[in-house]
Design a protein around this ligand. Structure first.
Ligand SMILES: [Fe+2]
Length: 513
């Protein structure tokens, strides 16, 4: 189902092409709007002025720019970028045709890969209907925009290769290109012997590319992506993926809630990369507003590009992802419940279960039945359940009402449904985020509860009701951090570090019996 959200924008015939490495020599794409003056109408296009004024709560301002175009080469695409503030909603039209982003439901500052066939030879009209997103703060309605003519030579990887879920016999990798392209993946054994191009599933035309590569027989694989459009080709950075298998030592990292403070996230991601985990668990809240397309590259992927190219990402969705279509289109997660974002997979000697903690986790729900089936059916030595939402917390999301009951449903269902199931099947720990910092709790029953929400979001102290909210708290640190888990034989050891190397906590568990 998720693969259907890939938008195939165009099909281009490709041949074997030399890689163009000297991007610095490529001329910048021409801006068709250079030197144009925008005109503004407040009466539906009857009269125009060069004074935009302000947009009030009920106004719609029509902005218009005219420009000339000559013959357009083929293949070519248009890329519209604007610098309107988030308080303005803008709908653009070129020669009366709506300019839409590739994924419905996402907000774009740059709309890539528009059909250049919309351009006319001679006079062209670009219009923008501007509305105030919120009534309270009427913004100035000036338009600053560019409309660039993109040729194959402007092809680039917009989002660096991001490794997704991995298992004993496969790995996954995703990327985004700025132009519709055919992307292929080359993978070789670490020994240097070529494995070849067989058994690669995934969409390969368009802007978002996701591959599942079946592998067999080696512990690690080098990989590199190649994108081709028209007469141009590009190679991505290369990376190495380690394929975990049962019985072998496994190191993985858990972190989350990196949103908002990008420099902090870069620091934590760099330290986590240096820890050398074979995979990364992310507990959600990767961006501040998941529907804003630009946040994903600027705030999440780019600052942690090296981590994502080396350590396969096992994410769960947080509230700040806003159910963004890009989340589903981009991330490769293990099989789970149809139509939900929950998944489960054994990695080495560990069963990892990731859940969408905002869906229905009442006791008789389909989700709870699915979770019990995963727990009952495993012989894994260790079980970790990953969710965005904590069950026990000394911070904001454990707030109690006047009667002492938990205010938030996800927290309540964590305590009343999810943790009891984990106890019943002797799971190791629940790993969550949502509250910003680190907290380890040890509620009765032997299942540890770890909040790792300290990868960049504003850090929070305990609430004044902390002891009442969470009597099981053992360690609390309102600090940037990441958690490193080492599984070896019948023991799993966790160490929690600040990015400067300070050890914040440690804990070890014995294998399930
Ligand atoms: Fe959150």
């Amino acid at each position: 189902m998720r693969r259907s959200v890939f938008r195939v924008l165009t099909a281009v015939v490709f041949a074997a092409l030399p890689l163009l490495s000297a991007r610095a020599e490529t001329p910048a794409p021409a801006d068709l709007l250079q030197g144009v003056s925008w005109q503004y109408s407040r009466d539906g296009g009857k009269t125009f002025s060069d004074q935009p004024g302000e947009i009030g709560p009920k106004d719609a301002v029509l902005a218009r720019a005219e420009f000339d175009s000559s013959d357009v080469p083929s293949p070519a695409w248009l890329e519209l970028s604007h610098e309107l503030p988030g308080s303005v909603q803008a709908a653009f039209q070129l020669n009366s045709q709506a300019l839409k982003g590739p994924l419905e439901g996402m907000n774009y500052r740059t709309i890539p890969a528009l059909d250049a066939g919309m351009l006319r030879k001679g006079r062209n009209v670009l219009e923008a209907t501007l509305k105030a997103a919120k009534a309270k703060t009427p913004p100035p309605a000036t338009v600053r925009a560019s409309l660039r003519l993109m040729l194959p030579e402007h092809l680039r990887f917009q989002t660096a290769p991001v490794l997704g879920c991995v298992g004993a016999d496969y790995f996954t990798v995703s990327c985004r290109t700025n132009l519709p392209a055919k992307v292929t993946i080359g993978h070789i054994r670490t020994s240097g012997a070529k494995v070849g191009m067989l058994s690669v599933d995934g969409e390969s035309f368009g802007l978002i590319h996701r591959f599942r590569v079946k592998v067999n027989g080696a512990d690690s694989y080098d990989y590199q992506l190649t994108a081709a459009a028209g007469n141009a080709a590009r190679a991505s950075a290369s990376g190495r993926v380690v394929v975990p298998s049962p019985g072998k030592p496994l190191r993985f990292v858990a972190l989350g809630d990196n949103r908002t403070n990008v420099k902090d996230w870069a620091q934590v991601a760099s330290a986590a990369r240096a820890a050398g985990g074979a995979l990364t668990i992310h507990v959600g809240d990767m961006v501040t507003a998941g529907r804003n397309d630009w946040e994903w590259d600027e705030h999440f992927f780019a600052p942690a590009a090296e981590l994502f190219a080396a350590a396969p990402l096992f994410p769960v969705i947080g509230n700040h992802e806003q159910n963004a279509p890009l989340y589903d289109a981009f991330f490769a997660v293990p099989e789970g419940i149809a139509e939900t974002r929950s998944w489960a997979q054994q990695v080495g000697d560990v069963l990892l279960i990731g859940i969408d903690g905002r869906s229905d986790w009442s006791a008789d729900s389909a989700n709870a039945r699915w979770l019990e089936a995963q727990l009952a059916g495993t012989k894994a030595k260790f079980i970790f359940l990953v969710s965005h939402y904590p069950a026990w917390t000394s911070s904001r999301h454990g707030g109690l009402d006047a009667e002492g009951k938990l205010k938030e449903l996800a927290t309540r269902q964590g305590q009343e449904v999810i943790l009891p199931l984990l106890r019943k099947y002797r799971a190791t720990a629940m790993i969550v985020g949502h509250d910003h910092g680190y907290e380890r709790s040890e509620p009765p029953g032997g299942v540890s509860h770890i909040i790792t929400g300290g990868a960049g979001a504003p850090l929070r102290d305990k609430t004044k009701d902390a002891e009442k909210q969470n009597p099981h708290s053992k360690v609390y640190a309102a600090k940037l951090h990441y958690c490193v888990f080492d599984v070896r034989d019948d023991r799993c050891e966790m160490k929690v570090f600040a990015p400067d190397g300070q050890l914040l906590d440690q804990r070890a568990w014995e294998a399930r019996k």
